[in-house]
Design a protein around this ligand. Structure first.
Ligand SMILES: [Zn+2]
Length: 318
């Protein structure tokens, strides 16, 4: 029997069926814009319709539904507590889906499900201790310890984005200062490019963006770096340094075999990987192995895969 996976993201919502052997049924894959500006009921209705469409695409229904969403959330009560990106506050997603589809439903946050997916089917398959970090708009993460998701006391573990790497750094919306994501996220890279362009620095990336701040992107930065642009390459060196400084905290604290990096920034890995590994070697008590940092291969579908493993393993344990 199949399982239904649902990924409610800030920009896209997707649903798909997986077989009991973990194969995603391509014809069941349904996706749509989340359209958060329309409010929580509209976002839910989009999700519900995608689940229905995925279920209708194959015979036999599903044994249960696994759901991934941005946190924070309360897994026990199945509630998305406060997802400002989606305009949700205390939304009882598990209860609503269970009532609409008469199926068991399990919920976890996208960072945790990324870790679960990579540890079960991705680049860290069967690795008992791993940390997944997504570097995109912000930096989220999840921890697998001894083969199991580590949630912490209040479902709040894995918030690598808010490890402070400079206590006297700029203020972060979370209340702290100098958080990792203020330096290493895609947003941080874009902000830096915008400031430098305004300040009159010279780079191919600014020319490619026709000197319009809103046109700057990671894609153009890659293009400039590939052409040997000095500024673009130096930005990636800096990215490698900050990633190394942040990941060193994770290695020192949790001693995982592997850290898996996901998110848009990993497309530029060729330009920052060496600097990141060099910084890690300098800052880790125990020098990480050459292949201790790996890059997600599940990419856009990592949360769907995680949602599948979440519901499948929950059903097997009932
Ligand atoms: Zn913070």
């Amino acid at each position: 029997m199949n399982y239904l996976a649902l990924d409610i993201g800030g920009t896209k919502t997707s649903a798909a069926l997986f077989t009991g052997e973990g194969v995603l049924l391509e014809t069941s894959f349904k996706t749509a814009a989340t359209e958060t500006e329309k409010g929580e009921e509209a976002v839910y209705e989009t999700a519900r319709a995608l689940v229905q469409a995925a279920l209708d695409s194959a015979e036999g229904g599903a044994r249960g539904i696994g759901v991934g969403s941005p946190g924070p959330l309360n897994r026990e009560h199945g509630i998305i507590l406060h997802a400002p990106l989606m305009g949700w506050r205390n939304f009882p997603i598990v209860q609503r889906l269970a009532a609409d589809f008469k199926l068991p439903v399990r919920l976890d946050n996208d960072g945790n499900l990324g870790a679960l997916a990579e540890g079960r089917a991705g680049v860290a398959k069967a690795v008992p201790n791993l940390v997944y970090i997504t570097v995109s708009t912000g930096c989220g993460g999840g921890i697998i310890a001894d083969g199991k998701l580590y949630h912490g006391a209040h479902d709040s573990a894995g918030e690598i984005g808010h490890f402070s790497i400079d206590p006297q750094g700029p203020p972060c919306p979370c209340g702290s200062h100098g958080c990792f994501e203020l330096y290493a996220s895609g947003t941080a890279l874009l902000d830096k490019m915008r400031l430098d362009m305004k300040a009159g620095k010279q780079s191919l990336v600014f020319k490619l963006a026709a000197f319009q701040p809103e046109k700057l992107s990671g894609r153009l930065l890659d293009q400039a770096a590939a052409a040997g642009d000095e500024y673009a390459l130096s930005l990636y060196q800096q990215e490698g340094f900050y990633l190394g400084a942040g990941l060193a905290n994770v290695f020192n604290m949790l001693d995982p075999e592997v850290i898996v990096l996901g998110g848009g920034i990993t497309k530029g890995r060729h330009f920052f990987h060496d600097k990141m590994m060099e910084t890690l070697a300098e800052r880790c008590l125990r020098k990480p192995a050459e292949d201790a940092v790996r890059y997600s291969v599940l990419n856009d579908r990592v949360v769907l895969y995680g949602a599948y493993f979440l519901i499948k393993e929950a059903m097997e344990n009932i």
